[in-house]
Design a protein around this ligand. Structure first.
Ligand code: 4NP
Length: 151
């Protein structure tokens, strides 16, 4: 079954494009996209230091462009994956009454990590730590999907 998965952070230039880049490399049968709850960086490619850290791991994020999350995304995707609780609440506040698409926290899939959100490397400057956590969560999400678990 085709899965359409949307990754969401605040600016859509660091965490969610990195999550999309890591995830699409691991799980090629999904359709992926990413978006930001804010519109500050619409149309921009992922942040340079994030692209560089990803490239060092063999991941090319240069085709991605930032866009803002919109309520229509509930109908376009089977699963919406938020990078932190603020994003999740912001997304849920835009849920149309007739939409049941699940919105989940990415870190809930990061077995072995106690993180309850993906810290924003735009502020922490820890791009590699961010990618480490994203890779853990992406592997967990792939296992979940491959096991056919409901979301
Ligand atoms: P992201 O990081 O949400 O991981 O893309 C951010 C990048 C830029 C800003 C906020 C978050 N900003 O406010 O410009």
């Amino acid at each position: 079954m085709t899965k359409r998965i949307l990754f969401v952070c605040l600016g859509n230039i660091c965490r969610s494009p990195a999550a999309e880049g890591v995830f699409r490399d691991l799980f090629k049968q999904a359709e992926t996209d990413s978006a930001g709850t804010a519109g500050y960086h619409v149309g921009e490619p992922p942040y340079g230091p994030m692209q560089a850290a990803a490239r060092a791991r063999g991941l090319d994020l240069s085709d991605l462009r930032a866009r803002q999350f919109e309520p229509q995304d509930f109908a376009r995707f089977d699963l919406i994956v938020a990078m932190d609780g603020d994003n999740l609440r912001n997304i849920e506040a835009q849920r149309p009454a007739d939409q049941i698409t699940p919105v989940v926290l990415f870190t809930d899939f990061a077995a072995g990590s106690s993180a309850d959100h993906v810290p924003d490397p735009y502020y922490t400057r820890d791009f590699d730590g961010c990618l480490d956590l994203i890779e853990q969560a992406a592997r967990g999400l792939v296992s979940h999907l491959e096991a056919g678990h409901a979301l």
